[in-house]
Design a protein around this ligand. Structure first.
Ligand SMILES: Nc1c(NC[C@H](O)[C@H](O)[C@H](O)COP(=O)(O)O)[nH]c(=O)[nH]c1=O
Ligand SMILES: [Mg+2]
Length: 249
């Protein structure tokens, strides 16, 4: 199964959750205790807000990241060669909203060589596709009225993803590094998310392919799931009491 990240691995039919309501210093790691996830724990509603709130990483969780194959091929290089000549910080600065697209173009490569920026954007657009089975899962979650948000490290090129895949049918692009000026796994980004949502962190489930990002979520009291594939994610969400049944099926 995909990895459920909180404390020790759970015995079967038991999930490890925070059991105390969240209070005090959100940086404090709280003890985890096992509770049974029975059907009565699903469809949990507080003040008419359906819980849990689902926070999704985007790249390589919902959408295939073209960086690892398509982008090196676009430049006629291997990934290793590309990383060796790329500016070490430019992309991160772009993701943090510190530099804009024009500045990225000027410093994408360490030596400042020119390149076809529009060609690169077109290449990335072609490479953005839903990861197998994920759109169907988002549809089922949407049909069951779950509140869902993107929680992603990405520059404003997330708008290219949205333009192609229309992910906002399912979730809001609420938490993007380029608008918050923070990147996962910075705990302050997670705290800003919880603050914005005005919700107990234990009422959120965060799903991300990178274990470091998941661990950071758990560090502030959010339940974390490491994404491996859509089938395992389905199983884990069901184990956490999330309803993904579809009308008539
Ligand atoms: N360095 C460049 C990347 N890197 C790929 C990143 O992993 C990705 O853009 C993002 O940081 C994913 O974050 P998350 O953990 O999934 O939220 N990608 C590029 O397109 N260009 C680069 O120069
Ligand atoms: Mg990712």
């Amino acid at each position: 199964m995909a990895q459920l990240v909180n404390a020790p691995p759970p015995p079967s039919s038991t999930i490890w959750f925070h059991t105390k309501p969240f209070s005090g210093n959100p940086r404090t790691r709280m003890a985890f205790n096992p509770i049974n996830t029975t059907p009565s724990s699903s469809n949990n509603k507080t003040n008419n807000r359906k819980l849990p709130i689902l926070l999704f990483d985007i790249m390589d969780t919902i959408v295939r990241d073209p960086f690892y194959q398509d982008v090196p091929a676009f430049f006629g290089m291997s990934l290793k060669e590309l990383i060796e000549c790329k500016h070490p910080a430019a992309w991160m600065e772009f993701e943090n909203g510190v530099i804009d697209e024009e500045e990225l173009e000027a410093k994408f490569f360490k030596d400042g060589r020119p390149f076809d920026l529009q060609g690169l954007k077109n290449c990335m657009r072609r490479g953005y596709t839903y990861i197998e089975g994920v759109e169907e899962l988002l549809q089922a979650l949407k049909q069951n009225n779950y509140e869902m948000h993107a929680f992603t490290n990405y520059p404003n090129w997330y708008k290219i993803i949205e333009d192609k895949l229309n992910i906002s049918k399912y979730l809001s692009w609420t938490f993007c590094s380029c608008t918050y000026g923070k990147r996962k796994p910075d705990p302050d980004f997670y705290l800003a998310v919880v603050e914005h949502l005005q919700v107990d962190p234990a009422s959120c489930i965060f799903i991300d392919d990178r274990i470091k990002n998941v661990e950071a979520a758990v560090g502030v009291g959010i339940t974390g799931l490491q994404f491996k594939n859509s089938d395992l994610l389905r199983q884990d969400l069901v184990r956490l009491g999330v309803n993904i049944s579809i009308d008539g099926q």
